[in-house]
Structure formats: C-alpha cells, structure tokens
Design a protein around this ligand. Structure first.
Ligand code: SF4
Ligand code: SF4
Length: 422
C-alpha cells in the first residue's frame, strides 16, 4: 500500500544485466554477494514495503535496485562511487525481507557489500572523514560517547544551532538529561534462578539510563538473577558501517565476558538484539529481547496500568524494525502490555520504519523528518495516553516528531512503562 504523502509510481523496467566480468581481488566478494543475491527473482514485491522507494519512487532507491547495484559493484561492473548514494540512503530496516516471497537475506547482502565492497572503496568525503571515526572510535565506547554528549548538548542549545542541519537534528532528537528515580530494593532471587546477563549497550546508558535500571528491575521481578558485566559495545553500529573485523572482535568480547552458567543474554535495544542473534557463537547462550525474556519467565504485573480516567491505559506501540523485521517479534511486547492491563491500539502500517535507524537520521535528516512525521501521525491519530517503543533511536526519533508537532504525549521505552506495573 502506498500511503499518503508518499509517491506512488510505476515500476521502471529492469535494465538488462551486462555480461559478467571479473576484476582481480573483487572476484571472491562478488561471488559471495552474487550467491546471496541469487535468491532475488526481481519480482518487485518488496518495493512498496521500502520507505525510501515510497519517498522517491526510484528503482535505485528500492531493495531490488540496491541488490543489483551492490552485486554489480562487487563484480567491478559499475564504480562504487555511483552506487554509494542509494545504498547509503538505505535505512537497513529490513522491511523488504519481511515482504520478500523468495527469502532474500537483504540484511546480510547489505552488511557484506558494505564490508567487502563499498566501504573499502569509499572516496574521501564528509561521511568518511567525520562519521566513520565517530561510529568506530567514539560511539561504541560509553565514556567517550558520554564525554562527547557534554559539548554536543551545549552547542545544540545555542541560538542559531538549528540553522546547521546536523545540530538542528541533534537539538530535535537528543533526549533531556534525566534524573534516575531511586530504585526500590530488588526482590530476593533464589540461588538456582536462571541467570541473565543484561547487555546495556553503549547508547542506552548514556541517553536513557532509566531504561537500563527499569529492565534490570523487571528481569529480577520475573525471577532472573541479573548481572551487568562490562561487555562493551556489541558492534551493531560498526556492522552497519562495514567494519567487519571490529564486529568480530566486539562480539567475541561480549560473549567472552560471560561467566560459565549464564543462561541468557538479554538486550533491551532492538538493534543490538538483531545484531547479536545474527552473530552469536554457536556455543554461546541464547540471546533474547527483553520482552521475550519476561514472557519466558512468566512475568506478571502487580498493578494494572490505567489512564487518567481510570480506564485501561491506551498505548500506541511502535514496532522497532529490528524487532519486527530483524527478529520477527510482533507479539511479545503487545502480550506484556495487555497482561499489564493496557489497551494496545491498532496502528496503521506498523512495519514502516520511523526513520530513526541508528545514525541514519543524522546522515539523512530530510528523509528522517518525513518518515518520522508520517509515523507520528499514525501513532497520534489513535489518541493514546502514551506512545511506546523498544529501541533508543526509535525513541529519539518519535520524541523529535512529537516535539515537532507540539504534542505532550509521553514517549517511553517498553520497560519504562512496564516497570510502573510492578
Ligand atoms: S532495508 Fe529498508 S530502506 Fe533498505 S532496501 Fe530494505 S526496505 Fe528499503
Ligand atoms: S528482494 Fe525479494 S521481493 Fe524484492 S525483488 Fe527480489 S525476490 Fe522480489
């Protein structure tokens, strides 16, 4: 379905594929990409699910067009520089995977192409000089990230900062610094309880520290023995930036930091969960999204969530793409909310990305604004008491859209709401 505000267009015919030519070292990468891409039968059923195709109506901004472009670049048939703009504009939301009848693993193709073909050949540019060091050397390290946030918050508040697209986007998206509510004592947990490691990640403790403490309390209330070892970043942002060696190192470090006997690794950020599920070593403990972990443990609320009138709290839940498409988890959050007495409202087009998408909103502020506003409109029209999501970049993006609309609704992470039912 092509939605209001988005372009509805006829699909251009696919150009004939040129003859295969091999170019030295690119041959191997080309063959692995081409193998993954072979599953694509060019049917085009993914196009209408793709937010960038909806915005532009262009074949090169569709999953099908991008797959072809990445394979052709891997074969050396087109220069990397000509492919980069359309691939960079991809949100990595993987809505195309959900829509694809042929089982194409678009996320794997994108990650492989970035690592093996696109990033090594990226010409000097603002993105390479500024974003690459930021994504690889600052954001994965919590202290560096927190230090960076100090001047960034100050600059973003300066009059005139909004005239610069990056600082305009930052001042719109950065959540206010929050005072952590004092946590009550956690309930006593038996020694033989299941042991969960809560992966804090790098962004959440800096941007939304209340989410981490709420998650820990919920897991303990569900009967887990919870630990938060210093695992460091899981490497999800670097995977989106094509830094394969760093990703392997970070995933090894996460699982190497776990004691023997850990039963589950739990994430409360959809992007980290999808990434770790894809890269988990075979002998490592299973990775669960927090909602899955609570459901598995049979979590029950102590009080019901109610709205201002005393009726069940009306919740508009926004599915993070890395839960819905990346982990195929649609029900767990809704089940928990209903168990806590909330009324979960039907939201139109739940599979369409909100435009947050990790660092994408900062790199493509125009598309992010349009997608964020469209998503906010779909959520707000349900007249909820609260908007809920489960990923930090979605929460920032929805909060920015709310502020842009002059609304006063709360935008909460799932755990920030569920903890009110303890
Ligand atoms: S990941 Fe999202 S934005 Fe990228 S091609 Fe697929 S549907 Fe489109
Ligand atoms: S990715 Fe899937 S849905 Fe899209 S064109 Fe290829 S086979 Fe069809």
């Amino acid at each position: 379905m092509v939605r209001r505000g988005f372009a509805g267009v006829k699909l251009p015919a696919l150009p004939a594929r040129p003859a295969v030519a091999h170019h030295g070292g690119m041959q191997q990468q080309a063959s692995s990409l081409a193998t993954l891409a072979q599953a694509c039968i060019h049917c085009g059923l993914c196009l209408e699910a793709c937010p960038t195709w909806q915005l532009t109506g262009r074949e090169d901004m569709s999953p099908r067009g991008r797959i072809r472009a990445m394979v052709d670049a891997g074969r050396g048939e087109v220069p990397v520089a000509t492919v980069l703009p359309a691939v960079d504009a991809c949100l990595g939301c993987r809505a195309c995977e959900t829509a694809c009848p042929s089982g194409v693993r678009y996320g794997a193709i994108l990650e492989g192409a970035r690592a093996e073909v696109l990033e090594p050949a990226r010409p000097w540019s603002w993105r390479r000089m500024f974003w690459r060091p930021l994504i690889r050397q600052v954001l994965p390290y919590r202290r560096r990230f927190a230090l960076l946030m100090l001047p960034v918050r100050l600059i973003a508040r300066l009059p005139g900062a909004r005239a610069f697209p990056l600082f305009g986007r930052l001042s719109a998206m950065l959540p206010p610094t929050r005072q952590l509510p004092e946590a009550p004592n956690s309930p006593a947990v038996p020694q033989d309880a299941r042991r969960a490691v809560l992966l804090e990640g790098c962004a959440l403790p800096v941007l939304y520290p209340g989410v981490v403490s709420a998650s820990e309390r919920l897991l303990a209330a569900a009967g887990y023995r919870v630990a938060r070892p210093a695992t460091g970043c899981c490497g999800a942002l670097e995977a989106h930036d094509g830094a394969t060696a760093a990703v392997t190192r970070r995933v090894s470090r996460v699982f190497g930091a776990l004691d023997a006997g850990v039963d589950v690794v739990v994430t409360e950020a959809a992007g980290c969960g999808a990434h770790l599920k894809a890269h988990r070593p075979e002998d490592g403990p299973p990775v669960l999204d927090l909602a899955e972990a609570l459901l598995q443990a049979g979590w029950q609320p102590r009080v019901k969530l109610t709205g201002p009138s005393g009726a069940p709290l009306r919740v508009a839940y926004q599915d993070p793409c890395h839960l819905l498409h990346g982990q195929r988890l649609h029900e767990p959050a809704r089940t928990l909310l209903e168990r806590a007495g909330a009324e979960v409202l039907p939201v139109a087009d739940p599979g369409r990305c909100c435009g947050g998408a990790g660092t994408h909103a900062f790199l493509h502020p125009g598309a992010a604004d349009r997608l964020g506003q469209a998503k906010w409109d779909d959520l707000a029209v349900t007249r909820p008491d609260v908007v809920v999501t489960a990923n930090p970049s979605c929460q920032m993006q929805l909060d920015a859209a709310r502020r842009g609309s002059g609304g006063h609704l709360e935008v909460l992470h799932l755990t920030e709401l569920l903890v009110r039912a303890l």
